[in-house]
Design a protein around this ligand. Structure first.
Ligand SMILES: Nc1ncnc2c1ncn2[C@@H]1O[C@H](COP(=O)(O)OP(=O)(O)OP(=O)(O)O)[C@@H](O)[C@H]1O
Length: 590
């Protein structure tokens, strides 16, 4: 058994034994740690990993608490029956609020979370049916077939809820959607290019985190048996965020550590501060603030990375080449016959204000053909790539791919048609392994959704996705680096990794933006051999490249653009001898 597993088992054993031996005060502390940990687990997913900062998580705790309090008092429902309604209420509020605010980006999103959390707080305080500022008293305890958990039993119930919330998020993170969540921060363009609906994914993790917060609200209401708005305000939300950061926002288990550390610290200071300073008031808050600053200075990425360093690295990899070869691959997309028309670009123009980056460009590409797109710096090549992959819409002209008009189609829809690409500035997630990065490319090959990942019903599909990623890594000669973090690879290898990711999508058209940049001579030769083989298999390849030697020996045909306009087209020898091309590159007639 690995040391990590032993550490987890020891921790679990301690947590399970503690409620039986703790005093009533100790139990109260443990309850509050557990309740906070559930909310923070959601925040690790949403903020720490997904990159969506929410200053409103306590409001969802409030939604859960008020829903169950009202249902079990005014409507007389049993707490157990009120649980699904409370969770649903959390999900519903998150759906409504998320649909409106998650479109915002940058600082606007966190600001909007403050706005709606304040609105909900003041709204609840003014609704007479919810008890106004006095709240709802006499909330009944949980009762299950006559059993009323209290004392240690209630703590065990909270521990079970923490374990369940950790499990749901861990399951999601180990799935295709989880990989996409990990790339949401700064990689949305890449995700969309591989078919991920990032707006929907952001909403789904927002709802997931809100449901976890509502679960805390339900547990809280029946523990305290009284609900008012105070514990669900902005202060509490900020405290949850603090716990997320202190624990280690990118680490799931950091939620438990952060919640524990912050709750115990606050409690300790509450008792210590009056003894040290001799006055009550808010001294402990000031001291807590100071301790937080020191903690964040010494462990800016939270306590968890620091704790993990004490343990040996993760055990054996969960996918290797032999295993990958033994797993049945996904069925391949039927490729059009070699030589049939695949891509037609007709009179395409792209304007950025007064600048015409692409001006009335036309060309076509057949299945199995390798076409080079060349031109001096700033000629418009990357812009043209972005038009072909739906990253920005064309101002005029038409682009047809496999019979469909795509000049105004969303990136992820174009991906579904069989277009995959690499990026000029590599868009990998550097702390994810090479294998996981490539698996992002295979996103559309599985149809398993978020819920099935959450319930761990996607294991077979997930294994097939990783096997596919492993096979593609082997295809490009990087299988030996499969379990290395992508960020530790040389730039040339990262470019090849991007090609493997694109191949994992099983494309009919592969768009490569400067794939040979940073490669050594032998690596370039291997890349050229791989691309030629793809061409023979019927995949069309469009490649932007500055390395003329590489391009001239690789492509069937070239399109040359300069200042956004096509100036030449034809076989490499024809283009090489074209006076217009020589003028564009050298600035004078040759
Ligand atoms: N989003 C944008 N807004 C405004 N101008 C842009 C935008 N994207 C590109 N441009 C401009 O369009 C022109 C073409 O740029 P593009 O990046 O497509 O050229 P390129 O041929 O790919 O160049 P390079 O080989 O240096 O990568 C440049 O003048 C660039 O400044």
């Amino acid at each position: 058994m690995s040391t990590r597993r032993i550490a987890l088992l020891v921790f679990t054993a301690i947590v399970l034994v503690l409620p039986a031996v703790l005093s009533a005060y100790g139990l109260t502390l443990m309850n509050f740690i557990g309740l906070a940990a559930i909310v923070v687990v959601g925040l690790v997913l949403l903020t720490g990993i997904g990159g969506l900062t929410s200053f409103g998580q306590a409001s969802f705790v409030g939604v859960g608490a008020y829903t169950t309090a009202w249902l079990t008092t005014a409507a007389g429902l049993s707490p157990v029956l009120a649980l699904p309604v409370a969770l649903f209420a959390g999900a519903f509020f998150a759906l409504v609020i998320g649909a409106v605010t998650l479109r915002l980006s940058g600082h606007y999103l966190p600001l909007s979370t403050i706005a709606w959390s304040l609105s909900l707080y003041f709204l609840v305080g003014n609704v007479a049916a919810l008890g106004g500022h006095d709240g709802i008293p006499a909330v009944p305890p949980i009762s299950l077939f006559g059993w009323e958990p209290s004392g240690p039993a209630y703590t065990w119930l909270i521990v079970a809820a923490v374990a369940l919330s950790l499990l749901t998020v861990a399951n999601v993170l180990a799935s295709r959607d989880g990989r996409a969540v990990r790339c949401l921060r700064g990689r949305r363009v890449m995700l969309e290019a591989f078919g991920v609906d990032t707006a929907r994914l952001r909403l789904v993790i927002f709802v997931h985190a809100a449901v976890l917060a509502a679960l805390t609200g339900w547990l809280y209401a029946h523990l305290i048996q009284f609900v008012n708005a105070t514990p669900f305000g902005l202060n509490a939300s900020i405290e949850y965020l603090f716990m997320t950061v202190i624990g280690g926002s990118a680490h799931l288990f950091g939620a438990v550590i952060g919640a524990g550390l912050m709750t115990l610290l606050r409690d300790g200071l509450q008792r210590l501060a009056p003894e040290l300073v001799g006055s009550g008031g808010a001294t402990e808050i000031v001291m807590l603030g100071l301790v937080m600053v020191v903690l964040l200075q010494t462990a800016p990425r939270g306590v968890m990375p620091w704790l993990l360093r004490l343990l040996p690295p993760r055990g054996r990899p969960w996918m290797d080449l032999d295993r990958a070869r033994a797993i049945a691959p996904f069925s391949s997309r039927p490729k059009p016959e070699r030589g049939t028309e695949l891509l037609t670009v007709a009179g395409v123009t792209k304007r950025f204000g007064g600048l015409i980056a692409v001006n009335d460009v036309s060309f076509d590409l057949k299945a199995g053909e390798i076409l080079g797109l060349i031109g001096p710096n700033g000629a418009g090549k990357s812009t043209l790539f972005n038009l072909l992959t739906g990253i920005s819409p064309a101002t005029a002209g038409t682009i047809s791919f496999a019979g469909e008009r795509i000049e105004r189609m969303a990136s992820r829809k174009i991906a579904r048609l069989g277009v995959a690409r690499s990026f000029q500035h590599v868009l990998l997630r550097s702390d994810m392994s090479a294998l996981e990065n490539v698996a992002v490319g295979a996103h559309l090959r599985s149809t398993r959704g978020y819920l099935s990942a959450l319930l761990r019903l996607d294991r077979r599909e997930e294994e097939r996705l990783l096997a596919e990623a492993m096979r593609q890594l082997d295809r490009v000669g990087l299988a030996h680096l499969a379990h290395e973090p992508a960020g530790s690879l040389a730039l040339g290898q990262q470019r090849i990794l991007e090609i493997a990711r694109a191949l994992a999508a099983d494309p009919a058209l592969l768009l490569l933006d400067e794939p040979a940049a940073g490669l050594r001579y032998r690596e370039k030769q291997e890349l050229a051999a791989l691309l030629s083989k793809l061409g023979e298999e019927g995949v069309a390849v469009l490649v932007v490249e500055h390395d003329m030697n590489f391009v001239m020996n690789l492509v069937d045909r070239l399109v040359v653009i300069s200042f956004g306009q096509k100036i030449s087209e034809g076989a490499p020898t024809h283009v090489q001898n074209d006076v217009a091309v020589q003028e564009a590159y050298l600035g004078v007639a040759a």
